[in-house]
Ligand binder design. Structure first.
Ligand code: FE2
Length: 285
């Protein structure tokens, strides 16, 4: 639920948290992590940008280049996310993904400027996945890159911005087409739909039916869901209307959140250990 506050806050990033979580799971499995570690890094991917809820709109939603002082504001989000989470009894599970996902092996990352060997694996995994999703996602002011372009950039920054071995394995996953079912999607089997004004920004929730309306969170345009001719999938057709302020309220996708929690909770045994720890229980109290 806390992760979803970020989706509610920033309409440009529909499905970003889910995709980063999915990519992190795929990369974790690819490098042979045990199931508990895969679950933890996938949860970290879901929560990594939590601190963005504290970034002012003027910076978070600015469509042109940020100046140095604005960039300094953006750079506070890992620290802010960790401060907000740190009182939670299970916060340590996602600490590294939240606090260190913008650290870089060459020491030019933030907030601490850690170097290669000092950056936790979870943060290095989420760092690659987050960057790939940012590059391949469309924003109102620019179209997303192709898979090949984004992978080429990861290759070119391997060892400097990205962990070299993780970059190699992620590129390999991409070349084998194993990221394609996540790219441009907001849930398993549910591709983002295209707003003619803003690009692929329309999120359909599982269980939505033909005839229901959805709205572009960027321009407010209304779309009616229809069954596609050749598949069971839904497509969004513009109605020409703009949603009311009530209709444009963000909504949490409770079913997707529940799915993410169930997938991870069933594999994370450390949670029980932590809850049994006297110190953690004190903090909880
Ligand atoms: Fe971030």
């Amino acid at each position: 639920m806390m992760a979803w506050f970020v989706e509610a806050r920033d309409p440009y990033t529909g499905g970003h948290l889910w995709r980063v979580s999915r990519y992190a799971r795929l990369l974790g499995e690819e490098i042979g992590l045990p199931a508990a570690d895969v679950a933890r890094v996938s949860l970290g991917g879901f929560l990594h940008d939590l601190g963005k809820i504290g970034i002012p709109d003027a910076v978070l939603r600015k469509s042109s280049a940020l100046d140095e002082s604005e960039y300094n504001v953006i750079r506070t989000h890992p620290d802010l996310g960790w401060r907000m989470l740190s009182g939670h009894p299970l916060a340590d599970l996602v600490k590294e993904a939240v606090y260190s996902h913008h650290e870089r092996p060459d020491g030019k990352g933030y907030p601490r400027g850690l170097r290669a060997g000092e950056i936790h694996l979870d943060a290095r995994i989420v760092g690659v996945c987050d960057a790939f999703d940012a590059m391949t996602s469309s924003r109102p002011y620019r179209a997303g890159m192709s898979r090949g372009q984004a992978l080429a950039i990861i290759q070119s920054q391997s060892g400097s911005q990205f962990d070299a071995e993780l970059a190699r394995q992620f590129i390999e996953l991409g070349r084998r087409g194993l990221l394609d079912h996540v790219m441009g999607h907001s849930d398993d089997g549910i591709p983002l739909q295209e707003c003619p004004v803003c690009g692929p920004t329309l999120v359909i929730k599982r269980g939505q039916q033909p005839g229901q309306h959805i709205y572009c969170r960027n321009c407010g345009g209304e779309f009616a869901l229809e069954s596609a001719d050749d598949t069971a999938k839904l497509v969004a057709r513009p109605t020409g209307r703009v949603g009311s302020s009530q209709q444009l309220l963000p909504d949490a996708d409770h079913e997707l959140i529940r799915k993410v929690v169930v997938e991870t909770a069933s594999n994370i045994t450390i949670a029980l250990t932590m809850l049994g720890d006297g110190q953690m229980l004190d903090r909880q109290a």
